[in-house]
Design a protein around this ligand. Structure first.
Ligand code: FAD
Ligand code: MLT
Ligand code: ZN
Length: 473
């Protein structure tokens, strides 16, 4: 027995056909829980439209029946944004059948893709055209362009190319009443008023459904150097990034910081990962340089930088990858942290940012405060130093009860978010708000900003049918 009228279901089926409708509980299950298995919901049904016209018709129907919609892409989000609530009355709208590359325009350096295209497929299409699409993140094999846009995804190349917002020129969006906004413009200059695409980027499905996008392409990379570097402190990482950036400029395309605890989890749980050094070090960075020239002497450049850092005591050991397999192995250590932490019992994720200059002070003072108030918690800090973005995650103490740790969740998170606020930071650098941080955003975000966001939400979605309960209260 469904929680929506039978007539609604048969009308949906007449729009998308049997191939676009999922009502069988077993087949629906994968759409109702997230990658971390941290959130679970119920849904009246899952609808999988094949094109923009079908999305518009489904949204119009939901508006008429006042049925709430939860847009979903690859379901890899970290904040429960793509998971319906527990009522069983919401409809999950999956974009995964909309997976066409519509156009590659190498003269305009753009690619036009549908929302359900997997990020890796987009990267491959760019490569086949002799170009680079630079957004890169651990979930790239399963996350979609629509989800990347709706969360304004970041990843490991933001320090050079920017986040998804910076990579986007135009959008096609189905509005909450079913109208289609065709903003698929490939323009780098357009000063004709408010830039509406930026309202939808990062809106987490609360203002409309993104169905396609025009994205920027960049020159293909033809040489890459990757190093794994040991450091005595987080402070040394901030010194080191300044040094390497000064030496290499835009050739610095990756600078990922990892605490020893993060690396230990990977070594313990990720098959085939080995510590490149004989002894443990407190911190590590993975550095990547790249260039559009085939013989850019990047090894020499990076060795010079690391040599200078060794002399200054900012680096204690380093290895350069000697071949493609070693490059992949180093990135696997970095990208494997999230998955490895899932094997260590319940964890709390905090995706914070502070000014780069304050990272080490943030880590030093927050580590001390946490360990004093919650002895034994394991601080799993890693992230994108060039963006001031730390994944400051906490795993339960060894041997403690899951329930006891979960009971401390609010208090632990408060210590971290209060520190973030003191350091003029953000409680969500790249993962968004979803359902996980909605209350915290209500507390830590500027009240005027919240008021303006609510006003926008009401203007776009007066019936409150687009991903209710997420992002804005
Ligand atoms: P989903 O999880 O399906 O949805 C995310 C949100 O977007 C939801 O609110 C949903 O309602 C909305 N949405 C989805 N599609 C649409 C659409 N077409 N229109 C409107 N709204 C829509 N994120 C980073 O920023 N940087 C990282 O480095 C990073 N690394 C990750 C590594 C791993 C291993 C994992 C599992 C996740 C990582 N993420 C990272 C999280 C990240 O947010 C996602 O991977 C990705 O951007 C979400 O895409 P998705 O298609 O899975 O979206
Ligand atoms: C990452 O950088 O690995 C991610 O954003 C995912 C995570 O928080 O673990
Ligand atoms: Zn990240």
């Amino acid at each position: 027995m469904s929680n929506v009228p039978d007539a609604f279901i048969s009308e949906i089926e007449s729009i998308v056909g049997a191939a676009g409708l999922v009502t069988d509980p077993e087949r629906m299950a994968g759409y109702l829980t997230d990658w971390r298995k941290a959130y679970r919901g119920e849904a009246a049904l899952v609808v999988r439209p094949a094109n923009t016209g079908e999305v518009a018709s489904v949204v119009r129907l939901c508006n008429r029946y006042e049925v709430a919609l939860v847009p979903q892409g690859g379901n890899t989000g970290m904040c429960g944004g793509s998971i319906p609530d527990a009522s069983g009355t919401q409809v999950v709208l999956s974009l995964t059948r909309m997976a066409r590359i519509r156009e590659v325009d190498t003269a305009n350096e753009t690619i036009t893709v549908e929302a359900g295209v997997i990020l890796q497929t987009l990267q491959d299409a760019a490569q086949q055209a002799g170009r680079l699409f630079p957004l890169s993140l651990g979930a790239e094999g399963s996350c979609t362009v629509g989800g990347n846009l709706a969360t304004n995804a970041g990843g490991t190349a933001v320090l050079r190319y920017g986040n998804m917002r910076d990579l986007t020129l135009g959008l096609e969006v189905v509005l909450p009443d079913g109208r289609i906004w065709n903003g698929l413009r490939g323009l780098r200059k357009d000063n004709t008023g408010y830039d509406l695409k930026h309202l939808f980027i990062g809106s987490e499905g609360t203002l409309g459904i993104i169905t396609a996008a025009v994205l920027k392409l960049y020159p293909a990379v033809r040489s890459v150097t990757t190093a794994w570097v040991a450091l005595p402190s987080a402070e040394a990482a901030v010194e080191l990034i300044g040094l390497v950036r000064g030496l290499c400029g835009d050739r610095l395309t990756g600078f990922e910081l990892m605490s020893r605890q993060s690396v230990e989890f990977v070594l313990r749980h990720a098959a085939g990962c080995n510590d490149p050094f004989g002894e443990a070090h407190p911190w590590y960075v993975l550095i990547e340089l790249s260039d559009t020239q085939p013989d850019a002497s990047l090894n020499d450049l990076l060795e010079t930088g690391i040599g200078q850092a060794l002399e200054r005591g900012w680096v204690t050991d380093a290895v350069l990858a000697g071949n493609q397999a070693q490059v992949a192995a180093l990135w696997a250590m970095r990208e494997g942290i999230s998955e490895a932490q899932n094997h260590e019992g319940p964890s709390l994720k905090h995706d914070i940012s502070v000014p780069v200059s304050l990272i080490s002070e943030f880590v030093r003072t927050t580590d001390a405060r946490l360990l004093e108030q919650f002895p034994g918690v394991r601080i799993v800090a890693y992230g994108h130093v060039g963006d001031g973005n730390l994944h400051y995650n906490i795993s339960k103490p060894v041997g403690s009860q899951d329930e006891a740790f979960k009971a401390q969740k609010a208090a632990i998170t408060q210590v971290i978010y209060d520190a973030t606020a003191r350091f003029h930071g953000s409680i969500s650098a790249e993962h968004g708000i979803g359902q996980a941080k909605r209350e915290a955003a209500g507390h830590y975000k500027d009240p005027l900003e919240l008021q303006l966001m609510r006003a926008l939400k009401t203007t776009f979605d007066p019936k409150g049918l687009m991903n209710p309960g997420k992002l804005v209260q």
